[in-house]
Design a binder for this molecule. Structure first.
Ligand SMILES: Nc1ncnc2c1ncn2[C@@H]1O[C@H](COP(=O)(O)OP(=O)(O)O)[C@@H](O)[C@H]1O
Ligand SMILES: [Mg+2]
Length: 331
């Protein structure tokens, strides 16, 4: 079963030369940790917000955002409020922005519908010691990592089925980041929670996710299992992201991707990555982007990869066969 099922979502805002999101399809199943990765401005947050039925002001959308069989973009009024307050919860980068500095942690949790006893349980579930004492504390008495745990506890108060973590650990130091990510993985296992982990850090996504979507200029350019992404990154952009970000023990030189991603006012034809791609051929400049099914059930949206067809590099195989593999592996 799929929890979140975004299909061909295109979002345009007035005055922009290109769509903010261009035919984005993305699924999250219960108990699955899915990564959404890309440089700033690629459309990650817009995709996550669409899952709670929130589009930019004045935006026009085509495609569907399904959540457990409900069309989220068709919800309004009370039903939309219920959707946002219940089955889907979102956690952002800065926990201090979510917490009122003068209110106690206990108030933050009871305002989200938890009883006092349940609030203490939630703090324990997110790994905070002395929960009774924490309930009486105010945000300034806790560290950033502890506050992010409080915000996650608040998100869990309504028993969500899907948690959207939008750069939720980006502001934390590496050790705290690892602890929070480990916590999120435990929660998804204990609660069968679907988790969409949004980050600009591809190494982090590959380490903590089951499956990863790589976004560029509003499009999903690669979708792979985390393992496959790490061992055989396929889209030139994905490979660029991996080779330009440091990991523990990195000894090889880092190679930043030249240039910048296109802004919403840049018009282009062909592949959106063509101007920064080291493998681009002239035909890429007029190519209409479409995904190529890969051997492992993933997809990559690259003309050059598509042309290395039918297993020459062990990458591609006919779509019908690989669709069957995909269904089986996520069944
Ligand atoms: N409400 C909005 N109004 C106008 N432009 C927006 C709005 N929301 C996002 N954008 C633009 O859409 C693009 C994608 O933004 P976003 O989804 O926030 O990217 P990311 O989260 O990957 O950094 C950016 O160019 C951003 O400036
Ligand atoms: Mg963002």
């Amino acid at each position: 079963m799929t929890l979140l099922d975004i299909k061909d979502l295109t979002v345009r805002i007035p005055g922009a030369a290109r769509p903010v999101l261009d035919s984005v399809s993305l699924r999250v199943a219960p108990g699955e940790v899915v990564g959404l990765v890309g440089e700033s401005g690629s459309g990650k947050s817009t995709t996550a917000k669409a899952a709670i039925g929130l589009l930019p002001t004045g935006a026009e959308a085509t495609g569907t955002v399904g959540f457990a069989g409900t069309d989220v973009l068709a919800l309004s009024g009370e039903r939309l409020r219920a959707h946002r307050a219940g089955p889907v919860a979102m956690v952002h980068q800065d926990p201090r922005a979510a917490l009122n500095p003068v209110r106690r942690i206990g108030d933050f949790l009871t305002e989200r519908g938890a009883t006092r006893a349940r609030a203490a349980e939630l703090l324990e579930a997110v790994g905070l010691s002395s929960p009774e004492r924490r309930l009486r504390q105010r945000p300034h008495e806790l560290s950033g990592g502890m506050l992010q745990r409080v915000v996650i506890a608040g998100a869990l108060a309504a028993e969500p089925r899907l948690l959207l973590a939008d750069e939720a650990t980006s502001a934390l130091d590496v050790t705290t980041q690892a602890e929070i990510l480990a916590l999120l993985r435990t929660l998804r296992a204990d609660r069968d929670l679907g988790l969409l982990l949004i980050t600009h850090d591809l190494h982090l996504a590959a380490a903590y996710c089951d499956r990863v979507y790589v976004m560029y200029a509003g499009r999903v350019v690669e979708e792979r299992s985390a393992q496959a992404l790490f061992t055989t990154p396929t889209h030139p952009y994905t490979r660029g992201l991996l080779s330009c970000s440091p990991t523990l023990g990195t000894t090889h030189p880092l190679h930043p991707i030249p240039g910048r991603p296109p802004s919403l006012s840049d018009t282009f034809t062909g592949c959106p990555f063509v101007s920064r791609c080291g493998e681009a051929e002239q035909a890429c400049e007029t190519w209409t982007p479409e995904g190529t099914q890969l051997m492992d059930g993933g997809t990559a949206e690259c003309r050059v990869v598509g042309n290395r067809s039918a297993g020459r590099n062990g990458w591609a195989q006919p779509p019908s066969q690989s669709t069957a593999t995909k269904e089986a592996s996520h069944g």
